[in-house]
Design a protein around this ligand. Structure first.
Ligand code: ADP
Length: 274
C-alpha cells in the first residue's frame, strides 16, 4: 500500500470570485514508503499548493489525499494528528524560531505530541545531533546562531517529531554552496537512517539529481511527469518548454546516482567541475 496517494486532487483559490485560480488540477500520485521524491516546477506551477494538501494545511477543493490508505479528511477533527505524521519544513523556517533557547525551540514540536519530558528531550537532542548542532549551541538563543545553524535548528524541530513523511520546501534557499552541501548530506543521511519518506521541493536541479529516487514535475497545476530521476532529466527538451533548464552536469549526476554511486562521489565530481 502506498504511504501517500492523491486521487483527482484539485485545489482552486478564490472560488466564486473573479480571481478564481485552479492551482492544482486533477493530480493523481502514488508514493511508496521510504521513497525520496523530488518536486520541481516553475514558480506558480502549484508545488506549494500541492504539498500543503498532503498534511492537511489546505483542504482539497475536490479529490482526496490518502495517508496509509486513509482519507486524511475522513475525520476533520483529527487533522492535527496528520500534521505530526507528515512533517513540513517551510521556506525560510528559521523565521519561525521564537523560544528562549535552541533546545526549547527544537523541543516545541515533540512537546505538543503528548510525550513525556524525557522522550521529548531525547528526540530533541537526537535531532540536533543529526543536523550537526553541538551541545553548547543548544543553550544559546536561536538569535545567536548563524544563518545556516538557524536553518538546521528549524529543521531539527520538525525531524524531532519523527514524521513518517517529511516534506521540505526549498530547504537550501539562501544558503552558501558549503551550507547547502552540508544540509543536503544531512537530509540524505537522515533518510538512510530513518528510511522514512521524503518530499523535497527545490528550484535546484542539482539538489534533486543528488538526492531523489523519483521526480514529480508540476506544470500549470498538472502533474506533467512522475518518473525515476534520471528518466525525468533525460527529457530535458520537454522540461525546457516548462521553463525548467537542466544543466548537462545535472543529467550526468542523476545517471551516476542511478548507477549506485554514493552521493558524496557525485558531490565531489560536481565540485571539481564548478
Ligand atoms: P509554486 O509553489 O509552484 O510556486 P503555488 O502553489 O504557490 O506554486 O501557486 C500556484 C498558483 O496558485 C499560482 O498561480 C499562484 O499565483 C496561485 N496562488 C497561490 N497562492 C494563492 C493564494 N493564496 N490566493 C490566490 N492564488 C494563489
Amino acid at each position: 500500500m502506498p504511504i501517500i496517494e492523491t486521487k483527482n486532487l484539485t485545489y482552486t483559490y478564490g472560488e466564486g470570485t473573479p480571481f478564481r485560480k485552479t492551482a492544482v488540477d486533477d493530480a493523481n500520485v502514488s508514493i511508496e514508503q521510504g521513497e525520496f521524491i523530488g518536486v520541481i516546477g516553475h514558480t506558480g506551477s502549484g508545488k506549494s499548493t500541492f504539498i500543503q494538501q498532503l498534511n492537511g494545511l489546505l483542504r482539497p477543493t475536490s479529490g482526496t489525499v490518502l495517508l496509509n490508505g486513509k482519507d486524511i479528511w475522513a475525520e476533520p477533527k483529527k487533522i492535527r494528528s496528520v500534521r505530526f505524521q507528515v512533517g513540513m519544513v517551510f521556506q525560510y523556517p528559521e523565521h519561525q524560531l521564537f523560544e528562549e533557547t535552541v533546545l526549547k525551540d527544537i523541543s516545541f514540536g515533540p512537546g505538543n505530541m503528548g510525550l513525556d519530558k524525557d522522550e521529548i528531550l531525547k528526540r530533541a537532542r537526537w535531532a540536533a545531533d543529526f543536523v550537526g548542532l553541538s551541545d553548547e549551541l543548544l543553550e544559546k538563543s536561536p538569535f545567536e546562531l548563524s544563518g545556516g545553524e538557524k536553518r538546521r535548528a528549524a529543521i531539527a524541530g520538525v525531524i524531532a517529531m519523527d514524521p513518517e513523511v517529511l516534506i521540505l520546501d526549498e530547504p537550501t534557499a539562501g544558503l552558501d554552496p558549503r551550507g547547502r552541501d552540508v544540509l543536503l548530506s544531512q537530509i540524505v543521511s537522515y533518510h538512510e537512517v530513518r528510511h522514512n519518506t521524503i518530499l523535497l521541493v527545490s528550484h535546484s536541479m542539482e539538489d534533486i539529481a543528488r538526492t531523489a529516487d523519483r521526480v514529480l514535475v508540476m506544470n500549470s497545476g498538472k502533474v506533467a511527469m512522475f518518473d525515476k530521476t534520471e528518466k525525468v532529466f533525460a527529457r530535458d527538451a520537454e522540461l525546457e518548454t516548462m521553463g525548467l533548464r537542466v544543466p548537462q552536469i545535472t543529467k550526468i549526476m542523476a545517471v551516476l546516482k542511478a548507477k549506485g554511486y554514493p552521493v558524496t562521489t557525485v558531490l565531489t565530481i560536481e565540485q571539481a567541475l564548478r
